[in-house]
Design a protein around this ligand. Structure first.
Ligand code: NOJ
Length: 559
């Protein structure tokens, strides 16, 4: 018997499957807003490296770095001109190498972004494409098409850019004569690659190897649902397409063909030791379709945007949790949980802002960290930072803003991104990207020796890492305690979960040796005591064998 079981026992030190990612808490570093080492007002890799001890202290398992590659920064670095080079704004290749080594020394894994749906318009391939003749071979790596109409004056189809306006831009020849159009699902500076071209797949495999050889532990795959377009690039037949993203399969999003690419990437990741992972940023209409991205031979995780978009409330949250767990279990993948990232309004503000928003955000964080699977923490949420809603227009850099509301405010041509405004890519993404406060009483609050590329509110001096450290009521200490407990309590992370009976408006979930109670109501809830309280977002009152859980509070119990 013992002999039969032996091969199933996995020894992490032997470098075989540890499944580290099934339970991992992964911290998102938005590099340009995390820490600035050289005083130019923009965060960089050295700055991030110097601050890694904060993340080790916080108790996360891994760090995801947003793009730091050579880029004209038309979309915060999601417009890559050279996938193997570090942009001078963020440092040098040796800084990336140093950061990865230092993270590993501290026991943190490192995930980097890969942007395969589009390049920058300054990428050597696109420049060559523009220089080539109509229909020339250099154009085949992108989607170039003649326009419609007598003189080709109309875009080749009716697709709209996620950032607003048509998804096509017309080129001009050296003599200024208008020519073919090229496809860009995002900004015009982000031309879409043609993944039917064999060189594209070959090049990305080589880029993945480049970073894997440098030691990274995985990739967050940008627009993982977008690389394959329906044959013939058919019209959609109606406008306001941004509103349809994530609600249905579109000829440019969630096409079945993308899965073949993810399968080939999985084979590549598996050919490296140490369990390197792929995380899909994919917008799919249902949890079931999203789960297709994390089948055993595809990527390891996919961001759970259903959870992020779920409104506050016990019933809605329970439904999303159940759906997510069922869909991922069906393919054997861990669920993931995320409340904020660099593209959405920070959840403190989404939940109503002010004291109430913060109360709910703290409670939601404990709920998230109690759920089975892996969780993502966006820089600054551990400080309870709100969205900055009053940034001056001149400071904003979000291309969606510059094409939509910004263009109108500046008297420019409105590109009509009203649909995008509702979908979340509403051009106000700068408000969640404001550099985070570390210490001190004046801006930039320890972010760097100079200024910060977006202005920080004066109130943030009270929210700095320094101001919150050691204060047991602070959000930072709440996250630290939660993450420490998550490591200590064996029932947390990956594993089973079930619901306990609870009154309306209250969620009670049970994990082995553990219970989490969330009161979503605006009033206190009186509940039976399930065990010993180990962490709570607000003070509890006990009496008569019951506990009174304050409004919009969450409690962790050891059972
Ligand atoms: C998703 C990224 O998170 C976002 O910031 C970016 O604008 C788009 N993909 C396009 O790359």
């Amino acid at each position: 018997m013992t002999q039969d079981l032996a091969p199933l026992v996995q020894d992490p030190s032997a470098g075989r499957s540890t499944g580290w990612w099934r339970s991992a808490v992964i911290y998102q570093v938005y590099v340009r807003s995390f820490a600035d080492s050289d005083g130019d007002g923009v965060g960089d890799l050295r700055g991030a490296r110097d601050r890694l001890p904060h993340l080790a202290d916080l108790g996360v398992d891994a760090v995801w770095l947003t793009p730091f590659y050579a880029s004209p920064q038309a979309d915060g670095g999601y417009d890559v001109a050279d996938y193997r080079a570090v942009d001078p704004l963020f440092g040098e290749l040796s800084d990336a190498d140093g950061l990865v080594r230092e993270a590993h020394r501290l026991g943190l894994r490192v995930i980097v972004d890969i942007v395969p749906n589009h390049t920058s318009d300054q990428h050597a391939w696109f420049r060559a494409a523009l220089a080539d003749r109509h229909g020339g071979p250099a154009r085949e790596r992108y989607h170039f098409r003649p326009g419609r109409g007598e003189s080709g004056q109309w875009p080749p189809n009716d697709w709209e850019s996620v950032f607003g306006g048509p998804a096509w831009t017309r080129t001009a020849g050296a003599d200024g004569a208008p020519g073919e159009w090229y496809l860009h699902l995002f900004a015009p500076e982000q031309p879409d690659l043609n993944w039917d071209h064999p060189e594209v797949a070959r090049e990305f495999a080589s880029v993945l190897r480049f970073w894997l050889d440098l030691g990274v532990d995985g990739f967050r795959v940008d627009v993982a649902h977008g690389m394959v377009k329906a044959a013939g690039l058919p019209d959609i037949g109606r406008g306001e397409q941004a509103k349809m993203i994530g609600t249905q399969v579109l000829p440019f999003f969630d096409q079945d063909g993308v899965h073949e690419i993810h399968r080939s990437w999985r084979r590549l990741l598996d050919s490296y030791d140490g369990e390197r992972i792929g995380v899909a940023e994919a917008w799919a209409p249902t949890s079931e379709r999203l789960a297709l991205y994390v089948r055993p031979d595809e990527l390891h995780q996919a961001f759970n945007f259903q959870f992020l978009r779920c409104p506050w409330g016990a019933a809605a949250m329970r439904e999303v949790i159940d759906e997510s767990l069922a869909a991922t279990a069906a393919v054997g993948a861990p669920a993931t949980w995320v409340l904020s990232n660099h593209d959405v309004v920070r959840h403190t503000t989404r939940y109503g802002g002010g004291e109430r928003g913060l109360r709910r955000a703290r409670a939601a964080a404990l709920l998230m960290l109690a759920l089975p699977g892996s969780a993502y923490v966006y820089q600054g949420e551990e400080l309870g930072l709100p969205e900055v809603e009053d940034l001056p227009d001149e400071a904003r850099q979000d291309p969606a803003f510059l094409r939509g509301r910004g263009a109108r405010a500046r008297g420019g041509v409105p590109h009509g991104n009203e649909g995008a405004e509702r979908s979340g890519q509403d051009g106000t993404r700068d408000g969640c990207r404001v550099p985070i406060p570390w210490s001190g009483t004046t801006a930039p609050y320890g972010f760097g020796p100079g200024t910060s590329w977006l202005p920080q509110p004066a109130q943030w001096r009270e929210l700095s890492v320094e101001a919150q450290s050691g204060d047991p009521r602070s959000t930072l200490e709440l996250y630290r305690s939660a993450l420490a407990l998550r490591r200590e309590l064996p029932g947390l992370g990956d594993g089973p979960m079930s619901w306990l009976p609870a009154p309306e408006g209250v969620l009670a979930l049970s994990r082995p040796g553990f219970v989490c109670t969330l009161n979503t109501l605006a009033a206190e809830a009186e509940l039976p005591v399930p065990g010993r309280p180990v962490l709570a977002t607000a003070p509890l009152e006990f009496g008569g064998g019951a506990v009174r859980v304050p409004a919009e509070a969450c409690v962790w119990w050891a059972v």
